[in-house]
Design a binder for this molecule. Structure first.
Ligand SMILES: Cc1cc2nc3c(=O)[nH]c(=O)nc-3n(C[C@H](O)[C@H](O)[C@H](O)COP(=O)(O)OP(=O)(O)OC[C@H]3O[C@@H](n4cnc5c(N)ncnc54)[C@H](O)[C@@H]3O)c2cc1C
Length: 479
């Protein structure tokens, strides 16, 4: 558990004024009802808030922020509460959690312009379904998609498994509506693919982790639904072989390569051990695995032929040792389950020190070799679960505690191990935060690793948007 700051509690009068905006049922103060808003997935940060507000309209969000500005009350926007860096956690009893889940309307689907306009509280899985119902496809896909929300996805500029072909959340967003710290509403729900009228406020708000404004709705890009999609689970000897397979796949499939996920054997074992319904798609065990997905706008046969050609070439070259092609939609879902459950499956194994790093794609094998050497020198029995989006150069380099080790003592080495791994990443011109953002967890590291001028400009922007520092204070950048 990471220490948080302590500021005074809210006065009962102020709680009443906030409650009057949303109505008593949507102003939560009861300890049991507060609990789900205060716990985050990794239990690294315990939220200290004593008030959660659940506005039901943009006007209510605006009124809340006007009052917060007037009374200098810190506001912590929260979506699905699945963030992994503590951005959505209230750091003190004086902070008010603004939960956006009641803003869950589908405002519009435009099948011709291929966009959908959704409110911030729409759950990602629902957004995917809305697109599907319109005969279209929304490609953002994360392990947390059953709970995370569009507002949170945009605020954290989420990545996931579809980035390789479709880009991250920022690239899927054409416009946003947001409430600023003053309570003013920025009406930016544009559906334009081209708009060169000066500074791009949408792109400042996307990825700002709730520090510049509260996103209340967004226009999202949709894509033609692939006519066919084929998935294979591949066993191979090393990340270098996986990189060779990626090159083959990109060469043969181009933009039809829609996922390329790397997984280690130990991650498979954790998933098999802790996930109901999980099964190994291959008959034998291999040191590494790749989940590869090909989509075709022509047909299923076209996708299958492309996938078979990729695997045939790789088997001949010796980069692949075995492969299973999903023979049904159900089998494809089982393959994906192995990848998606890998994040959760580490939890029952005890403490896990996490990294969300990216290096240039071609350097991933070098990174893994160097990081493994350095980490095992520091903690010889550590169990390294390095998995993720090889096609993006983004690896979740996670380290589970040695079997039988003391969890608290192991987690006490979090910063030391981060320093070791992040130094290797920096040497390779990489980033220590590829897709999960900064939040509380990485704020201090950002301050010392980013160029001075970048941090200073971020601070000036923060002051311009939020002069009283009421929006998610202490997250991302300290003013
Ligand atoms: C199992 C698992 C797998 C995951 N996989 C991925 C992955 O592959 N890729 C990835 O990028 N992330 C992943 N994540 C992290 C997380 O799910 C994403 O970052 C997600 O986008 C967060 O959405 P949320 O609605 O839960 O936001 P929250 O966790 O509630 O908030 C995240 C941040 O956004 C801010 N925020 C939330 N809503 C708003 C709003 N409406 N306006 C302004 N600010 C807001 C919060 O203040 C906070 O700073 C994973 C998490 C889990 C638990």
């Amino acid at each position: 558990m990471i220490e948080t700051s302590n500021t005074p509690q809210l006065s009962p009068e102020l709680v009443e004024r906030f409650a009057a905006i949303v109505g008593p049922r949507n102003a939560i103060t009861d300890t049991d009802l507060l609990a789900p808003f205060m716990e985050e997935p990794r239990s690294l940060f315990r939220g200290e808030g004593r008030l959660v507000l659940r506005p039901g309209s943009v006007e209510e969000v605006s009124a809340i922020l006007r009052l917060a500005s007037e009374t200098r009350t810190p506001i912590v926007p929260q979506g699905g509460n699945t963030g992994l860096v503590g951005g959505q956690s209230a750091r003190s009893p004086g902070e008010v959690v603004l939960a956006l889940s009641r803003l869950d309307k589908v405002r519009e689907v435009d099948p011709v312009g291929r966009t959908m306009t959704l409110e911030a509280g729409v759950v990602l899985e629902t957004a995917q379904q809305v697109a599907d119902d319109a005969g279209l496809f929304f490609p953002l896909s994360l392990g947390s998609q059953g709970s995370c929300q569009i507002g949170g996805n945009l605020a954290s500029n989420a990545g996931g498994t579809g980035v390789l072909a479709y880009g991250n959340a920022r690239e899927l967003c054409l416009g946003v509506e947001a409430v600023l710290a003053s309570g003013e509403i920025f009406h930016g729900l544009r559906r334009l693919k081209k708009d060169n009228r000066g500074y791009d406020l949408r792109n400042l708000l996307v990825g700002s982790e709730g520090t510049l404004g509260v996103i209340t709705a967004a226009v999202l890009k949709l894509f033609p639904k692939p006519a066919g999609r084929e998935v294979a689970y591949v066993g191979l000897g090393s990340p270098r072989d996986a990189l060779a397979l990626l090159k083959t796949a990109e060469g043969r499939a181009g933009g039809a390569l829609t996922a390329f996920e790397l997984m280690p054997r130990i991650g498979m074992e954790f998933t098999l051990r802790h996930t109901q319904g999980a099964r190994d798609p291959l008959a034998s065990a291999y040191p590494w695995y790749v989940l590869i997905e090909i989509s075709s706008n022509r047909s299923g046969e076209d996708a299958r032929e492309t996938l078979e050609a990729i695997l045939g070439e790789a088997l001949e070259a010796g980069t692949v040792q075995d492969a299973a092609l999903a023979q049904s939609l159900e089998a494809a879902a089982t393959f994906w389950k192995m990848r998606e459950e890998m994040s959760w499956a580490q939890k029952p194994e005890g403490g896990s020190i996490k990294h969300d790093v990216a290096v240039p794609v071609a350097r991933v094998p070098d990174f893994l070799e160097a990081a493994d050497r350095a980490v095992l020198a520091a903690i010889p029995e550590a169990r390294i679960v390095a998995f993720g989006h090889l096609g993006d150069g983004n690896i979740h380099y996670n380290i589970s505690q040695p079997v039988g080790a003391d969890t608290a003592a192991f987690l006490g080495r979090w910063k030391e191990i981060n320093r070791i791994v992040h130094a290797i990443v920096a040497d390779m011109d990489g980033t220590f935060s590829a897709e999960h953002g900064i939040g509380q967890l990485k704020r201090d590291e950002l301050a010392v690793t980013k160029q001075g001028i970048e941090i200073e400009l971020m601070r000036r922007l923060k002051r311009a948007f939020d002069p009283y520092d009421i929006l998610n204070p202490g997250k991302l950048v300290q003013v």
